[in-house]
Structure formats: C-alpha cells, structure tokens
Ligand binder design. Structure first.
Ligand SMILES: NC(=O)c1ccc[n+]([C@@H]2O[C@H](COP(=O)([O-])OP(=O)(O)OC[C@H]3O[C@@H](n4cnc5c(N)ncnc54)[C@H](OP(=O)(O)O)[C@@H]3O)[C@@H](O)[C@H]2O)c1
Length: 340
C-alpha cells in the first residue's frame, strides 16, 4: 500500500470522516480485523496538520474533509460531529456514496433507516444514507429483540452506567487527568467536558436536559428504540456517566404481557446473533465493562424474575460502546449493503 492508502485494484474506496477520533480509530481497527476489501482508505478530519493514522500497518496521511477528498468514495463513514454529518452526509449520498452516519443528525429522520443489522437489516431498503444508533440504544435493542419476539413488552425501565469514551477522546483525557491528580494528592483540575469531576464520581446526566427534565441521551434511548423495534415501546431511562473508560452497562427492567421463565429468556438471548449470555450467579459470572471491552458481542446477565410480579424481568446488559456501540455496527451495515 502507498502512503495515500492505495491497496491494489480490487476493493472499495472508503473515507472515514473523523478518522483521528475514538470512533474513527476503532473503525480502522475493525475494518482491518474483518479484512474488509479496501483499495483506498481516506482518513479525513477537520484538517490534516501533518497527522497520520495507522491502517493495516501503513501510515496514512490525514486530510481535510471536503468535496475533493470525498469525491468518488464508495463508502463514507461519518464519525465526526452532527454538523459535519449535516454538511457532508447528504452531499456524498447524492453523489452515489453509501454513507453510514454515526452522529445523531439523521437518526429520527423518517427517510433515513436507523439500523442494527441483527435487529432490522430489512429497514435499509435501497437507501444510500443510513444512520447507526446511539451506543446505549444498540446494546439495549440487541437484548430486547429476542424477548420481543416471544412476549409483548409492556414497559421498559433502564438505568445506564456509561463510559467516558462515549463522550469522545477529550472526555477520556479528562478522566485520566483527574485520576492522576487525585492519586498524586494534587488539587482537582477544573472539569472541561463534564459539569462535575468524573473521576471517583457518578454523574446522572449524559446530555443536555430536555422535555420533562429527561436528558437528550434518555430521549435517544426512547425514540431510537421505538423506531428500530417498530413499536410504541413504553420506555423510560435514567442515563448516568461513570468513571469507566470503555463499556456501557445497563440495568434493564421489563414488564411483559405474561411471565417468562429466566431459563427460557437465557435460551432466547443465547440464540440471538451478537449476544452472549454471561449469567451464572453461583460462580459469580455476570457481565462487566472490562469483560466487554475489545469485544463485539453484547453481554447479558443477572437475568431474574421480579419477586413481586411474575411478569417482571431484570437484565444487566454490557457492551463495548466504541465497537458494537459504534464502529462494528457501522461496518456491519456496510457489509449488509455490499454483501447483497
Ligand atoms: N464515542 C462513542 O461511544 C460514540 C458512540 C456512538 C456514536 N458516536 C458518535 O460518533 C461521532 C464521533 O465520536 P468520537 O467519540 O469518535 O469523537 P472524538 O473522539 O471527539 O473525535 C471526533 C472526530 O471528529 C473530527 N471532527 C470534528 N469536527 C469535524 C469537522 N467539522 N469536520 C471533520 N471532522 C471533524 C475530529 O477531527 P480533528 O482531529 O481534526 O479534531 C475527530 O477525528 C460523534 O458524532 C458521536 O456522537 C460516538
């Protein structure tokens, strides 16, 4: 491969907008791992600044996103900001690129499919601009789908425990900076990303507050889950940021139309592609973020019935927010489109 990312004559021309960010970097890893046929990889960001990214052992120069660097791309991954997606997503799709958008800009647009391939690949249709859901939504619908196939879900209550990498690279640096200062006995640095220190803390806010005092992340869980599962799910959530680097956790309570035996729920979940049941209380086996980090599967455990209501069910759902929550899901969307 040459410095511009040329890789022989076969394969796709792939552009990553936001290649220097956490999701962009994870996309590079996932594309290499899955041996995606790529003939040219374009690493795009706000500008080049002489930066380089690594892809399959090669150093690829970073370039500014623009008409010249996007033209002719077969696939464009948008992993930057809502504004960048708005500016360049439709532009590239109108010129024939398959655009897979990681931002929230188009997720609720009725003309844009919002896709988790294991759950609703059928929604892709012939569209060229496809949205990938929020990280906390992806792992939730992966766990809800196999249950919704067997029971009517009357109500869902979710509390999340979300990693700082979900906020991007600057938030990971903030956690590291605060942790180092605390351990060294130095004064706490003033938080720049979160409203309060995140190290050794828990912050019950993941986005700006909106209707009914729920925050944006909580509304994304509601609306995106309803769109993907194609039903008016009665879901409400409390989203909480915790000092974990990678891996979102969710405590999920479901009210079903009729009772389900935890053993049969385990079997439904185990049969779902992309889900792994980690649930053996007698051996202290349950999912944790450290267990999920670096993996593509959504881990589900602590499956148990509400002692007071037989139709009530508890689950604990954990996944790597950078991989299945973002990069892997986006690459799976590409595979679903290109593979047919
Ligand atoms: N982190 C997660 O778990 C997660 C999960 C799901 C979805 N997402 C979404 O994925 C996107 C990327 O998130 P991230 O966590 O990777 O963020 P990040 O680590 O902060 O990286 C942001 C990237 O976007 C680039 N960028 C910013 N503004 C740009 C512009 N106007 N034009 C072109 N590139 C621009 C940055 O380039 P420079 O280096 O030049 O600044 C950088 O490469 C966001 O839309 C986010 O909401 C993130």
């Amino acid at each position: 491969m040459t410095a511009s990312g040329q890789h022989g004559h076969s394969g796709y021309v792939v552009a990553i907008v936001g290649a220097t960010g956490l999701i962009g970097q994870t996309l590079l890893t996932v594309l290499a791992e899955r041996n995606t046929p790529i003939r040219e990889l374009r690493a795009l960001a706000t500008d080049g600044q002489g930066r380089r990214v690594r892809f399959r052992g090669d150093e690829i120069p970073v370039q500014a996103v623009g008409a010249d660097t996007l033209a002719g791309a077969d696939v464009v991954f948008m992993a930057a900001t809502k504004e960048a997606s708005e500016r360049w997503g439709p532009w590239a799709a109108e010129r024939g690129s398959l655009v897979i958008d990681k931002s929230s800009r188009f997720r609720m647009d009725p003309d844009v499919p919002l896709v988790v391939p294991e759950v609703n690949a059928h929604a892709i249709g012939s569209k060229r601009l496809i949205a990938s859901p929020n990280c906390s939504t992806i792992q939730l619908v992966m766990a809800l789908k196999p249950i919704a196939d067997h029971r009517e879900i009357r109500r869902v209550l979710v509390s999340t425990y979300q990693a700082v990498s979900g906020t991007g690279r600057d938030a990971v640096e903030e956690l590291d900076r605060e942790t180092r200062a605390d351990v060294a006995g130095e004064p706490a640095p003033t938080p720049a990303i979160y409203p309060y220190p995140i190290a050794f803390n828990v912050i019950p806010q993941c986005d700006a507050f909106g209707d009914l005092d729920f925050d944006g992340e909580e509304w994304k869980l509601v609306r995106e889950s309803q769109k993907i599962l194609e039903r008016p799910l009665q879901l409400s959530a409390t989203c909480v940021r915790v000092p974990v680097r990678v891996g979102h956790s969710e405590s999920v309570y479901l009210e079903l139309d009729r009772p389900a035996d935890p053993e049969e729920v385990r079997a439904w979940l185990a049969a779902m592609p992309g889900v792994e049941v980690v649930d053996d209380p007698s051996r202290r086996r349950y999912p944790t973020p450290l267990m999920a980090a670096g993996r593509d599967t959504v881990l589900v455990g602590r499956i148990r019935r509400d002692p007071h209501r037989p139709e009530g069910l508890h689950l604990f759902v954990v996944s790597d927010n950078l991989r299945k929550g973002a990069a892997t899901n986006a690459v799976q969307i590409m595979e679903a489109v290109m593979g047919r």
